[in-house]
Design a protein around this ligand. Sequence first.
Ligand code: HEM
Length: 365
Amino acid sequence: MSAQDPLYYWSYLGLDELLGAQRLVSASDGREPAHDELLFIVTHQAFELWFKQILWELDAAIETLGQEPVPEAAMGQVVRNLERIVAIQPLLVQQFQVLATMTPLDFLDFRDELIPASGFQSVQFRLIENRLGLPPRTRLKIKGARYTSRLSEEHAQRLDASESEPTLLGVLDRWLARTPFLRFGEFDFWAVYREAVETMLERDRRLIEHNPSVDEVVRQQQLDAFEVTRDTFGPLFDHDAWEALRAEGKRQLSQESFLAALLISLYRDEPALHLPFRLLTALIDLDEGFTAFRNAHAQLVHRTIGGRIGTGGTSGHGYLQAAARRHQVFTDLFDLATYHLPRKELPHLPEQVREQMSFRYADRG
Ligand code: HEM
């Protein structure tokens, strides 16, 4: 095509390549094709196209949020990158519903010919997981082998390299740690929040101790449960205990960043925190969206191959269910709710802090 040729729909979209890329293994050697294999290929290809778009949005979000400082005007774009991924995710779940119209018997017409290929080898899906910040040590191992063990050398190297590239979790952690409002002049959010927590816990303990409608056995049970609640707050105020949890992989964010996320979620109505709150919400939605993807996939696998092992060699449905639980990335953001205080018990922000958090326009009158 020369520079003068008008743009043509078919070639612009590369439809020769795209529509010529469905090669049915069941129809090789001039055999009659298995009818459902086209659906199987088209669905996987549609997924991979959306994975490409998701990576595009993730890369942009990581690059922007990774800047120090993040240009204020760019924050909205990061939120839009993430919200776009969240809008794509329900499509992925729906695509599994389309593929579920292929019954187990239909699949058996060509399944054995797929061995040893499997979605387990989806390089783009692994890149998404790594970009999000799934720690390599968290991954489930298959018979002791790494997730890259069934990939070509080129793909395995690409994924190995991606493990040391910036992640969304990593840039979020550093961005949160720089939140300006944690200490502001005389104001120390850490100290006022801790005081509010202690007041709330003390009140809860007194309520249990003086509740006239329970006997001593129930009272003791309630006091034991209360101690468990108190213990969950412990590491929040103890740097070493928090870091120990982090080292065990039970916490992802630094203590400072977690506290910043808490401040954002508790005081989200202050104008300067609107966008940061939308960012945290989008991350929770996004994590939930991938869990929904994994659950929908595991359900599809269960109804299509039952208890059989996968073509990629895992236990199949059981492995996928375990991965859905274990391969979540932003669990700290879900856990923020554990540390929320009712609005009426929230410490009031000093006026000069609120002023800094508001959008005030100079009176030009
Ligand atoms: C009838 C349809 C499908 C079946 C029976 C199926 C089966 C499986 C099984 C058994 C696994 C575990 C690995 C293995 O042992 O092979 C797996 C992994 C995977 N499949 Fe599928 N799959 C289907 C459709 C899809 C589709 C449409 C996609 C979209 C790209 C997909 C993407 C994946 C991914 C990304 C993994 C790795 C998941 C992880 O390790 O967390 N699968 N699949």
